[in-house]
Design a protein around this ligand. Structure first.
Ligand SMILES: [Zn+2]
Length: 476
């Protein structure tokens, strides 16, 4: 306490267009090195870039979804610097006239909704990739050169690593909802730079900003921020300061490491790209994009609360990813009971996904199977606990619930006659429990029901057993 952390983020997102930003080369992850290239994207002299309209459309979509103002008159600029993965010696980007100004994302904290403001969103091209070989050579793959990017720059509005994580999750969910990027961090489709420093509340003295480059997982980003937060605070306590520098996160040693000092702001000598005509967008086109935008996470959440009578929390979890929201609504087509479906997903389904670090679409559970499973539990064909076992089997084997129930003989015993023998044997064997119950210890019933469930191999209907136990004790 007594220290305030200030965090701002810069996020690069690769747009999921079919072709690259300024040429007709395929925009796809991977591929044999230097096969998705042409004179334009490897910057041969005389090659002329032509802007990809879909990339601009996707960026506008993102801007609208993130509450930004879309600038109708803008242009591409050259950002000059030298690096081996940048063939032309400059990157085509945007300087003082970004495509989108401002904007914000709302994140849900424990007691409040916090608005994290955006500075801007601009479009640019990605660079090639350096590959460091075992022989200590550096190889260059230009397949990624010229892939369309948006860079989203936030204001320094986040005050904890957790807030930054919530921001990143909401951002990723939103971009996936509007289908402008697959946001696969492991493939570099979403990469994040962090700016972080700490202020002493009492004295007002603050550390210099540290920039942490190229985080490729949310987990890594959070760890890096937590590490830097501590480092900055301990330096402040010692009366020292951090130097303004760029660091990187090392996943193995769990620390940030200095990459380079940052003396002043680098001079990129930005200048308009004379090869690309200024961009002018019509209000009608922007309006059309706006009208065709799919339902966004916030709207979906509000609809789920109203339409399915879910709690705010449940609706928030179910709409956190487009795929999960889709799964929920599809399941309801098979079993018209939104509360029950929500309970199953929020409970055993999400627990399994979390344990295995999987997304719902990567498992063998389908809305149809979950719907069938919930139906047979609701109809009393199997009991709730057996249902959980069957769910596990679906995840493990991909078989449908009816088959699993049939193969393993899991049908619930709902027939009093068939249970009578088991119940009376358990009662005979546990006279003390009967005495306890008669002396007002209701817990004894729970014990007896448990014994009977065990004896029936979990197949008895627990409500029926409960009733039979009480009836049969009273008859004794
Ligand atoms: Zn190309």
């Amino acid at each position: 306490m007594g220290y305030k952390t200030i965090i701002g983020l810069e996020i690069h997102v690769e747009l999921a267009t079919k072709t690259k930003m300024f040429c007709s080369c395929i925009n796809a992850f991977g591929g044999e090195a230097n096969t998705h290239c042409c004179p334009v994207c490897i910057g041969l002299p005389g090659a002329l870039p032509v802007i990809n309209k879909t990339a601009v459309e996707y960026a506008v979509k993102a801007g609208i979804a993130l509450n930004s103002k879309i600038n109708t008159k803008t242009r591409m600029d050259r950002k000059n610097y030298f690096y081996s993965d940048l063939v032309k010696g400059y990157q085509i980007s945007q300087d003082d006239l970004p495509l989108c100004d401002g904007g914000y994302i709302e994140i849900e904290l424990e007691n409040e909704t916090k608005k994290v403001r955006l500075e801007r969103i601009h479009i640019e091209e990605d660079t090639g990739k350096q590959i460091h070989s075992e022989k200590e050579d550096t190889l260059i793959d230009y397949n990624r050169a010229g892939v369309p990017l948006i860079e989203i720059v936030t204001k320094p509005d986040m005050n904890t690593p957790e807030e930054a994580r919530l921001f990143l999750e909401k951002l990723r969910a939103t971009l996936k909802y509007i289908e402008v990027s697959d946001c696969k961090m492991e493939e570099g489709s979403l990469r994040c730079d962090i700016n972080i420093n700490v202020v002493d509340d009492k004295t007002g003295s603050k550390t210099n900003i540290t920039e942490i480059k190229n985080l490729n997982s949310f987990k890594g980003a959070v760890k890096a921020m937590e590490y830097e937060e501590k480092r900055h605070i301990s330096l402040l306590k010692e009366g020292k300061n951090t130097v303004r520098e760029t660091r990187r996160w090392d996943d193995i040693s769990n620390e940030t490491i200095t990459m380079r000092g940052k003396g002043g702001v680098a001079d990129y000598r930005f200048a308009p790209d004379g090869d690309i005509a200024p961009i002018e967008l019509s209000d009608e086109w922007i309006e059309e994009i706006k009208n065709n935008l799919p339902e966004l996470p916030h709207d979906k959440k509000e609809r789920f609360i109203k339409e399915y009578e879910l709690s705010e929390y449940d609706a928030g979890v179910l709409t956190a990813s487009k795929e999960l929201a889709f799964f929920f609504e599809e399941t309801i087509k098979y079993i018209d009971d939104s509360k029950l479906v929500s309970n199953w997903i929020m409970g055993d389904v999400l627990r399994r996904l979390k344990d295995e670090e999987l997304e719902i679409e990567d498992t063998s559970l389908t809305p149809k199977y979950l719907g069938q499973l919930i139906s047979i539990v609701k109809e009393g064909k199997i009991n709730n606990n057996t249902g959980k076992k069957v769910l596990k089997e679906i995840f493990d084997t991909g078989k449908d619930p009816e088959t699993i129930v049939k193969e393993q003989g899991l049908i619930q015993i709902n027939d009093e006659g068939a249970l009578k023998e088991i119940v009376s044997k358990v009662l005979d064997d546990n006279e003390q429990s009967i005495i306890d119950y008669r002396n007002g210890k209701d817990r004894a019933i729970g014990f007896l029901v448990g014994q009977i469930m065990k004896a029936s191999k979990g197949k008895a209907n627990p409500q029926l057993v409960n009733k039979m136990v009480i009836d049969m004790i009273n008859e004794r």
